[in-house]
Design a protein around this ligand. Structure first.
Ligand code: ME8
Length: 526
């Protein structure tokens, strides 16, 4: 088993305020939330950051169109993103907004340092510009996409600007060396290879200032330019922990750097795995441990896009949490999401299938069967396991192996593997009941001790699984603990001690209740 890291800093991208929250934002934040909860439970000092990216031409344009100030748009939409975090019970420790003075002041300091060191220099740039994406596209890429934006389809425009440039080309070799020396720096492997390919093609210096709009942080010493939104945004990862300004209260968080994980979507890999590390190298700041770029959710086999109007938006997400419960939604995000190199399909039938097979039939069923038997045969009291186990099953060994596996996978951000390791304990319980047949044993009063052993093993195994499952299923596992009369505080950081076999004392009273995960039947077609 890996040692528990002392501190654990995990970030999501900061989301653009010119868009409405959708499954993509919710997904990345949920992954980080599950990992953050798990690591807190393990006793790590966790800092989980999310927030909003509020500058740039798109926000300025929307503001002009709507006749309001960009700040008003930013305030309104950032509030919506923040409320989504609350609605979905995210446990982020802070919510950074790039228009906050604590951020802008430190970005100014950092860019001034880059200008002083010569890593940022004034120059002239001419190239194909994608207005929607606010980025220049190389001549080759522009030709490949027929001089249209690969994202919006709108024509690219030939733009010429006097800009401040970041000397990205100077960091190509150091980046290659770093990736070579730290194999876990970019994950998954396919994304690392993508970055290596890009590095081998050669890096050009990149313009990091704009003059065609004003909604941004001014370049220090030259107010006619604003800092490119991407450089501004990337810096949130260090401004939120006051890395640059000892006078800010946030500077108490400096010990969290370097971050363990920047979790992002694959489309912003270049910025996180090339630009950001190079900027950090230029500033003499350590690099994060891992940039984890997941793939995309698609819907019913089709890419989600504005033109198709098929985004899984907040009302759709709420229709799932209303029908299946928030935990069922979190489970699907955590176990079926695109953490690997391929996209994942959000298909309604798949959601129902996973819900029924894993939550209703496996977990919910085990909890119900065992609680009901303890109630029916033992008046709801857990009795000690004094008799030998009729199946001679190595419960302490088996559960310890699954616990270690689940923790180890979570350290690597393999959420599905971690949760399924926990669920394996529950599957073991269901198999054990089939073999030991407590419902038959209960018919013979002289076998009461044997029955007590069987039921103790079952409820104790489920208790251990519930600890590991809690980060994905917090509400339902807390409800289960309540039925068992356990008061567990996952913030207290005692997961490994609690997960040791035999922790459940006899004489606990188990209450029954509505099924935790009622089996889902599609309403009949009208
Ligand atoms: O890119 N599937 O913000 P953004 C899974 N502000 N995840 C998805 C997704 C999908 N179909 N679509 C989006 C930005 N995401 C910048 C980031 S960071 C310093 C600045 C998720 O609002 C995924 O995490 O466009 C992706 O990287 C992010 O939303 C993009 O959010």
């Amino acid at each position: 088993m890996n040692a528990v890291p002392r501190s654990f800093y995990i970030t999501t991208p900061i989301y653009y305020v010119n868009d409405k929250p959708h499954i993509g934002h919710v997904y990345t934040t949920t992954i980080c939330d599950v990992a953050a909860r798990f690591h807190r439970f393990l006793g790590c000092d966790v800092f989980f950051l999310t927030g909003t990216d509020e500058h740039g031409i798109k926000v300025e344009k929307s503001a002009t169109d709507q006749g309001v100030t960009p700040q008003e748009i930013a305030d309104r939409n950032a509030a919506e993103f923040e409320s989504v975090m609350g609605l979905l019970h995210m446990t982020n420790d802070d919510f950074i907004r790039t228009t906050q003075p604590r951020h802008t002041s430190q970005v100014t300091t950092l860019v001034a340092r880059l200008i002083d060191s010569g890593d940022v220099y004034p120059g002239e740039y001419e190239g194909w510009y994608d207005e929607g994406q606010e980025e220049y596209v190389t001549d080759t890429k522009a030709a490949e996409s027929d001089y249209k934006s690969p994202v919006s389809g709108k024509p690219l425009v030939k733009a010429k600007e006097r800009n401040y440039f970041f000397r990205l080309s100077a960091y190509q070799d150091r980046l290659l060396q770093h990736i070579d020396a730290c194999p876990g720096f970019i994950r998954p492997e396919a994304r690392k290879n993508e970055v290596l390919g890009r590095l081998r093609d050669g890096l050009q210096d990149i313009p990091i200032s704009r003059t065609n709009f004003t909604w941004g942080i001014p370049v220090p010493g030259d107010e006619s330019h604003v800092i490119y939104v991407w450089v501004d945004a990337l810096m949130n990862y260090v401004t939120a922990i006051g890395l640059v300004d000892a006078d800010l209260p946030e500077s108490a968080r400096r010990g969290y750097w370097p971050a363990q994980f920047h979790v992002i979507g694959k489309e912003i890999l270049f910025f996180h795995a090339i630009v950001w590390p190079a900027v950090l190298m230029a500033l003499g700041i350590k690099l994060p441990e891992c940039v984890y770029a997941h793939s995309f959710w698609i819907r019913e086999g089709r890419k989600m896009s504005k033109s198709l109007g098929n985004f899984i938006d907040l009302p759709t997400i709420q229709s799932y949490t209303d029908r299946f419960g928030l935990d069922a939604w979190r489970w699907f995000m955590a176990t079926q999401g695109p953490l690997g190199a391929t996209d994942a399909d959000f298909a309604h039938s798949k959601f129902v299938e996973v819900y029924n097979s894993e939550l209703a039939n496996t977990l919910g069923n085990a909890v119900n069967r065992v609680s009901n038997m303890i109630n029916r045969y033992q008046d709801g009291i857990v009795k000690p396991a004094v008799a030998p186990d009729p199946a001679d099953f190595d419960w302490p060994g088996r559960t310890a192996a699954h616990v270690a596996d689940s923790i180890d996978r979570m350290h690597k951000l393999d959420l599905s593997g971690s949760m399924h390791a926990a669920l394996s304990i529950v599957r073991d319980v269901n198999g054990y009941i089939d073999v030991t047949k407590p419902f038959s044993v209960a018919k013979e009063p002289e076998r009461a001790d044997e029955l007590a052993t069987i039921l103790y093993n079952c409820i104790e195994a489920i208790r251990i699984a519930s600890l590991l499952l809690w980060p994905a299923l917090p509400q339902k596992m807390e409800a289960f603990w309540q039925r068992l009369g356990l008061s567990i505080d996952p913030q207290a950081g005692s997961l490994t001690e609690l997960a040791a076999w035999g922790g459940l004392s006899a004489d606990h009273r188990v209450t029954t209740g509505d099924p935790l995960f009622p089996r889902w039947k599609e309403p009949e077609d009208e």
